[in-house]
Design a protein around this ligand. Structure first.
Ligand code: ADE
Ligand code: ZN
Length: 326
């Protein structure tokens, strides 16, 4: 319809996206064949049957297992270009893309291979897809801080084109405070800072990420709604929360989309945006997230243009680029 067409062209920035979570089942099988890798399932049908999750960890198990097919720079570049093409069609004009270097290093894939592969596709995102992009190195919070510090050193030594660091993987039991030195070092290196907090973890993890890691942005953050004082602080300080509605449904952080706190978060005055997290796993890209929200909530409840403007204001893009996007 015209209304759908009109909302589709509202330019949006995607701020919470794991590039490894864009690996579609078809591409997994294609890369497995190309690289001579035997997968523990018979084909597309059986693989698709595995995308049924009970919590964050049940998803992470499949997400890490499927990365086995990523072997060469070309594999990382192909995965990244496929995301850029799909995101551009969804109305994304600026994307801040996380990758998990440690998940590749532990499989014997070098930092150069994974970083240069993704970065080579991002380098031409403006020409190829009209999208500005930047890269975020995310660290696995279920691994040690020593491991993270070593990988950050490697990234800095190779002068990797990263704009920021993030913190992801299994949240509960791995509080932000565990990574105080990592974030201090990244800050000193001039990198921007974000961290997953309050997805499955308690509101206190959001407070730790702000107070101890001094992050500028919180990924997810939905559990802030359990702590009114924290909500008040997040509103007062305009802290961006990169919310991922379909992810929260599929990982059972909320029962159904109708139960999602996004409308309440907007009503509270929080600086929220809509993002896809791991779109190949959670049933959709940014446009799918918006259209499913629209099907469940009143348009006034989730005000798409405000969400889009929040995403641009909350990005790590230059002020010049933000002005172009707004
Ligand atoms: N890694 C990829 N997606 C993630 C998520 N939603 N939460 C934590 N770690 C992740
Ligand atoms: Zn995430």
């Amino acid at each position: 319809s015209d209304a759908e067409a009109a909302v589709r062209i509202v330019p949006v920035a995607e701020l919470h996206l794991h590039i490894e979570g864009t690996l579609q089942p078809e591409l997994i099988l294609e890369l497995a064949a190309r690289n001579g890798i035997t997968l523990p399932y018979s084909g597309l049908e059986e693989l698709r049957g595995l995308y049924e999750f009970t919590d964050l960890q049940s998803f992470l198990d499949l997400y890490y297992a499927n990365m086995a097919v990523l072997q060469t720079e070309r594999d990382f570049a192909d995965m990244t270009r496929a995301y850029l093409a799909r995101a551009a069609a969804a109305g994304v004009r600026h994307a801040e893309i996380m990758m998990d270097p440690q998940a590749h290093l532990t499989r014997g894939v070098s930092l150069e291979t994974c970083v240069n592969g993704v970065a080579s596709a991002l380098a031409t995102s403006q020409e190829d897809f009209g999208m500005s992009t930047l890269l975020i190195a995310a660290f696995l919070r279920d691994q040690s801080e020593e491991s993270a510090l070593e990988v950050l050193d490697g990234l800095l030594a190779m002068n990797a084109p990263i704009a920021a660091i993030g913190l992801d993987s299994a949240e509960v039991g791995n509080p932000p405070a565990k990574f105080e030195r990592l974030f201090a070092k990244a800050r000193e290196a001039g990198l921007r800072l974000t961290a997953h907090a309050g997805e499955e973890g308690p509101p206190s993890y959001i407070i730790e990420a702000l107070d101890i890691l001094e992050v500028e942005r919180i990924d997810h953050g939905i559990r802030c709604m359990e702590d009114p004082d924290l909500v008040e602080r997040l509103v007062a300080d305009r802290i961006p929360l990169t919310v991922c509605p379909l992810s929260n449904v599929r990982l059972r952080a909320v029962d159904t989309l109708a139960d999602h706190p996004l409308p309440a978060m907007l009503a509270a005055g929080l600086n929220v945006s809509v993002n896809s997290d791991d779109p190949a796993y959670f049933g959709g890209y940014v446009d799918d997230n918006f259209s499913q929200l629209k099907a469940v909530f009143d348009l006034s409840d989730f005000d798409r243009s405000r969400l889009a403007a929040n995403s641009i204001h909350s990005s790590f893009a230059s002020e010049e680029r933000k002005a172009e996007l707004l």
